[in-house]
Every structure is written in structure tokens, then in C-alpha cells.
Design a protein around this ligand. Structure first.
Ligand code: PGA
Length: 254
């Protein structure tokens, strides 16, 4: 059986507390008809909007974290602080952070471990750049990001961690990966996870696809065996469009 799917919205630098509060209330109302057992919904707003979101029937996620609990680290936010305000998930290693803010596989690894230690579920993002795909090295790039990001990491159950495959060339471009391109990579990721965590846990960790997901392409992606949901950027800012993706996925679950 496929693991329960996830639809996660990554708001990036959008929506302050007032908008987040309104969106959270409206989303909670609209999710009333969607059985919780069918799909896990996550919304990841900017840090300052997290307390306003008030997740009901869905989960909250941060978009980044620092790995120390406290200290002289100006501008940073710790896993303990996220835990204190009830954050459930945290995106780590998003390609925008890798490209624009100097995130490395080493810092990704520190963040994943620190989050797990506090009981927050990391959503570990991996994905190749266009030139890496053109050079045919995409599988090795992603295998390396995974093994480095998960170095020394242990989990108690397969829901503790989520992996998001986000090809850099597909993010915010409208160039969604074909279902087969995504599935081929998800199979590679699945094999790595099974090797790393064993068949039982590794076989059930949720692997999301992200990059230009919308209501028109989600079903083709979800038809694939190893695609367990989506990390949605731009489209997650629009409540109606976000809900329609959630509904399409929930409808498919028996
Ligand atoms: P997009 O972003 O859906 O706007 O392409 C996805 C992401 O960056 O997580």
C-alpha cells in the first residue's frame, strides 16, 4: 500500500500574519469534507506568520531553521523555538536556500538532525540543476545530496522524515517534470532510502515531487507508484487552487 500522501504549500516570502490568519481559517473550513486519513496537508509560511496560521485539520511547516538551540547567531531561529509554537514540519535544503543563501549539504545535514532531535519532521529537498540533467549526472547529484543530508540520521518511524524531489529547472518556471522523469528519480531516491533505513522504513518514507505543480498536472504525477504527494509553491498561495490539488489527491485514496 502506498503511504498516505502529503500536499505541502511552500509560501516562500509571501503572506504576512494577517493574510496567514485569514488563509488558515478559510483552509480549515474548506478541509472539513476531506477525511484526515486520506491526505496530510502542510502549510509553510514565513516565520513571523507561523503563530497566526493556527492549523486546524492541517499541519504547519517552517521554511528553514538553524541547528543550535540558542546563542550568538543573529537572525536565526532554532528547532526549540519552532517546537514551542507547535510547528510540525520544516523544509530544509530548498534549492533557493542552496543557491541564494549558501546552504550546503553539511548545513542541511545539521538542520535535519537538529529538527529530528526536537520531534519536528524535516522535509529534505533535493534536486538537480538543468546543466546537471543535460550532462546526465542527475541521479548521482541527487544520490549525493541524500546521503550527505541524511548522514548519521536515524528515524523511529517512516513518517519522521519527508523527502521532496524538486528539480531546480522546474521550480517556478512552469516546466513541470514529466511524470516519468519524476518517477525515475523517485525510484532512485526510494532505493537510496531503502538502503539507508531498511526496506520497511525506507520503503514508506514519503517522497514528494515539487516544481510547477498545479491542478492540471497533479493527477498524472500521482499516477506514479513512487510519488507520494507534492510540494507546491506558487499555486499554494491561492486557496481555491491549493484546495483543488488537495481534493484531487484525496479523491484518489481508497
Ligand atoms: P513552484 O515552487 O510550485 O512555484 O514551482 C515549488 C517549490 O519551490 O517548492
Amino acid at each position: 500500500m502506498k503511504p498516505r500522501p502529503i500536499v505541502a504549500g511552500n509560501w516562500k516570502l509571501n503572506k504576512g500574519p494577517a493574510e496567514a490568519r485569514a488563509f488558515g481559517e478559510a483552509l480549515a473550513g474548506r478541509l472539513g469534507d476531506v477525511p484526515r486519513s486520506k491526505v496530510d496537508v502542510i502549510v509553510a509560511p514565513p516565520f513571523v506568520s507561523l503563530p497566526a496560521l493556527k492549523p486546524q485539520g492541517f499541519f504547519s511547516g517552517a521554511q528553514d531553521v538553524y541547528w543550535e538551540d540558542k546563542g550568538a547567531f543573529t537572525g536565526e531561529v532554532s528547532p526549540a523555538m519552532l517546537k514551542e509554537i507547535g510547528v510540525d514540519y520544516c523544509i530544509v535544503g530548498h534549492s533557493e536556500r542552496r543557491q541564494l543563501f549558501g546552504e550546503t549539504d553539511r548545513t542541511v545535514n545539521l538542520k535535519v538532525s537538529a529538527l529530528l532531535a526536537k520531534g519536528i519532521r524535516p522535509i529534505l529537498c533535493v534536486g538537480e540543476k538543468l546543466e546537471e540533467r543535460k550532462a546526465g549526472i542527475m541521479y548521482n547529484v541527487v544520490r549525493f545530496q541524500l546521503s550527505a543530508g541524511l548522514f548519521d540520521v536515524s528515524i523511529k518511524n517512516p513518517e519522521d522524515i519527508v523527502v521532496a524531489y524538486e528539480p531546480v529547472w522546474a521550480i517556478g518556471t512552469g516546466n513541470v517534470a514529466t511524470p516519468q522523469q519524476a518517477e525515475d528519480m523517485h525510484e532512485v531516491i526510494r532505493q537510496s532510502l531503502e538502503k539507508r533505513f531498511g526496506i520497511d522504513d525506507g520503503g514508506r518514507i514519503r517522497i514528494l515531487y515539487g516544481g510547477s505543480v498545479n491542478g492540471d498536472n497533479i493527477e498524472g504525477l500521482m499516477d506514479k507508484d513512487q510519488i507520494n504527494g507534492a510540494l507546491v509553491g506558487g499555486v499554494s498561495l491561492d486557496l481555491d487552487k491549493f484546495i483543488s490539488i488537495i481534493n484531487l489527491i484525496a479523491k484518489r485514496e481508497k
